[in-house]
Design a protein around this ligand. Sequence first.
Ligand code: ADP
Length: 296
Amino acid sequence: MIRIGLTGGIGAGKSTVARVLTERGAYLVDSDKIAREVVAPGTPGLERIVEAFGTGVLADDGSLDRPALAAIAFANEENRLTLNGITHPLIGARTTEMIGAAPADGIVLQDIPLLVEGGLAPLFHLVIIVHADVEERVRRLTGQRGMGEEDARARIAAQATEEQRRAVADVWIDNTGAPDDLEPVVGALWDDRLVPFEANIRSGTIAPAVAVDEPWGPDAQRLVARLWAVCGGLAATIECTSAADSSVRVVVPDADSAHKLAEPLREGGFPQAAAGSYGSADPFRPAAITMDVAAG
Ligand code: ADP
C-alpha cells in the first residue's frame, strides 16, 4: 500500500485531480467528506457539539448550522480548541479506519485541503500539489462555485503560500490550463510512478536506478523529514550527507533500534539494500541511506 497526500489551494483543482486518479483505481480518502460525516445528524460528534455550544448551532432540520457554529467557534481561542478537541479525534479515527480497509495493494489518495498548513507532508510516501494561478482560481470560485470575490480572495490569502507548497511538493501539477490537459499528466503519473512505487513498497524492492531528471538536490531536507516521520523516536540523528546524490545517514542508539526499523522503513518506502543500507522505492527519487549504531 502507498499513501499519497493530495493538496493545493482552494479552487486549484484537487477534487478534479482526485477524480481522475480515482477513475484510474486510487482509493480515495476525502478529508472534507469525513469532516462532514463525523458531525452528520445522529452522530455522537454532533451530539457533543450541541452539548458544548447549545442548540443554537442546529438548523431547523436538526443538521449542523455551519455558519452559526463558525461564528461561535471562531469567536475565541477556547471555543476553537473545544471544537477541534471534539472533531479532530473523530476525523482521525475515521481516517485510520478507512485506510485500514484499503486493499493491501491500494494506492490510497488522501485529499487534504490543509495538508501544508498542518505540517503533514512527511507523513505521506508522496505529496502531490495541484496548482493554478490566483486569478484563475478566483475566476473558478466566483464562476462555477458562485462564491463572492472578496470571500474567494480572503480564503486564498488565509491558506499556505505557493512557496510553502513548493517546499513540500514531490509532484507539482499545474492545472491553470484546460481540464483536458490534466488527463495525460495524471495518467503518466499513475502509470510511471504511483503504480511501480506501490509495487516496490509491497515487495520491498529498491527502484532501479533510472536517469532521474529531478534528484532530491536542495530538497534533500524533505527526504530527511520523511525519514524522521518513519523512524520516530528510534533514531538519534538523521542528516543529509550529500544532497547531490541523496545520501542520508541515520544514527540509532543501539542494534535493537536498527533491527526494529527495517520493517517501518520498508513500509515507508525505503527498502533494505544490505545490512545497514537502504534505498528508495520511488522510481523517480533515488536515496542512499546508511544506518549506523552510535558508538559507545
Ligand atoms: P479544489 O478541490 O482544489 O477546491 P476543484 O477541483 O473543486 O478545486 O475545482 C474548482 C472549480 O474549478 C470546480 O468548479 C472545477 O470544475 C473547476 N475546474 C477544475 N479544473 C479546471 C480547469 N482546468 N479549468 C477550468 N475549470 C476547472
